[in-house]
Ligand binder design. Sequence first.
Ligand code: XBP
Ligand code: MG
Length: 260
Amino acid sequence: MSPRALIFDVDGTLADTEELHRRAFNEAFMLHGLDWNWSQELYAQLLRTAGGKERIAAFIDTLELSPLRRRQLLEQVPAIHGTKTALYTRLIDNGAAPLRDGVTRLLEEAHRDGVPLAIATTTTFANIEALLTASLGPDALQRFAAIGSAESVPRKKPAPDVYLHVLQALSLPAEDCVAFEDSANGLNAAKAAGVFTVVTPSYWTRDEPLQDADLLLPTLGSPDQPLPQDIAQAIGAPQISLSVLGELMQRSARSGRASA
Ligand code: XBP
Ligand code: MG
């Protein structure tokens, strides 16, 4: 058995992008005349709110402001976020975010074997386009059979909506697909949609509750950087491949049936 589609989150999963998002937010605040500066500590907390516009609004909620000033700032959110997206995509276009270990290898294996690839993210479509094009070349988007982004559904992760949207576009049942995530919001979204979920935490999400992942790994592994020995022994391989995923999905389906 092999998974019938691989569905990837973007930020933190395909590439470690959140530090670049943070820098772009801070530069956008400056350009809009705001004296806000999100430290790494604060940003780690703000990341619990998925979506950049929602994150700025959540931050405004924490400020002590008159009702008028709060309303004015909330009205500015789309413009601030537009500036942030322009700044962020420029950083990505310049190659600032390499794909995480094992990602290109697994994407290529799936492509070779005719297993559809998809994206399910809360990030803005322009950010996906910039990252995929910078790392995989000008025709990168065409390699993906379905792309769910911030613009695709109104409710962001941890709601399952973006996964349900992508599964519908793929015309595949959730239990035949694998999701790749890095965060609790992403894991909860994928699990709520019924998808087998592999989590590779990033610097930003490593302390989040991720124990419900079907598979929790430091990375996807590669010949140069194989998975730690205990994990490699448990899954029977030094890196994640389609056949390893198929075997683990089968194991999980069998144990689900046994405990039902
Ligand atoms: C990532 C996000 C995104 C980015 C910012 O979550 O929450 O909002 O931080 O992107 P996930 P935008 O990896 O779970 O999709 O500013 O474009 O929203
Ligand atoms: Mg993520």
